[in-house]
Design a protein around this ligand. Structure first.
Ligand code: HEC
Length: 158
């Protein structure tokens, strides 16, 4: 009889202990869940995809960095991503993987300290390499000078 009471008490205590562990787990996992999105946002801003860009670029006061990104990925405008990849993370899931026909766009400010030099390549790459496959964006009026300003502002953040 005595041992039965002891077993029952032990069982009740164990159940209480398991219950506390459960509670602790729930509290911990919700803390983790709540803290994750904010960390992800500060370390890696979300780059809009082409559809999101179409809404954004209808706003004339768009942030020039975002505006430049939107021109660069738009397959009816810059479409730089057909040939170049950009040093951004995370790459939008709904955007096709960038091409690797041309050099990746990394450390642009270090490699092109003079933005006029960067502008000249974008305006007309054939001036530097007559056999370049890169579209001469200004010469062929694919982009306006203002579009190119935005693209340069974006590239210089990479
Ligand atoms: C059809 C492919 C193609 C597209 C589209 C393209 N490029 Fe290029 N780009 C190249 C190639 C190839 C080179 C290498 C140099 C050359 O052959 O002219 C190059 C070189 C460059 C360079 C010099 C890079 C370096 O490391 O020296 C810059 C800057 C550049 N491209 C920017 C752009 C931007 C900005 C766009 C979009 C507005 C773009 N490119 C679109 C093919 C392309």
């Amino acid at each position: 009889m005595q041992s039965l009471i002891r077993t029952k008490r032990w069982l009740a205590q164990s159940r209480q202990a398991i219950h506390s562990v459960h509670l602790l787990l729930i509290v911990c996992s919700s803390c983790l869940f709540l803290s994750l999105p904010s960390t992800a946002q500060t370390t890696s801003p979300k780059w809009p995809d082409q559809m999101e860009c179409r809404d954004l670029t209808s706003n004339p006061d768009i942030d020039p960095v975002l505006g430049g990104w939107c021109i660069a990925i738009d397959d009816r405008r810059g479409n730089c991503v057909a040939c170049h990849t950009f040093n951004i993370s995370p790459w939008p899931i709904s955007l096709p993987t960038a091409g690797n026909l041309a050099p990746p766009m990394v450390a642009m400010k270090a490699r092109f300290p003079d933005s006029a030099a960067l502008r000249s390549v974008i305006e007309d790459a054939s001036a530097f390499n007559p056999r370049s496959s890169m579209p001469p964006y200004l010469k062929h009026q694919i982009l306006t000078p203002e579009d190119i300003d935005h693209v340069i502002t974006f590239l210089e953040t990479l």
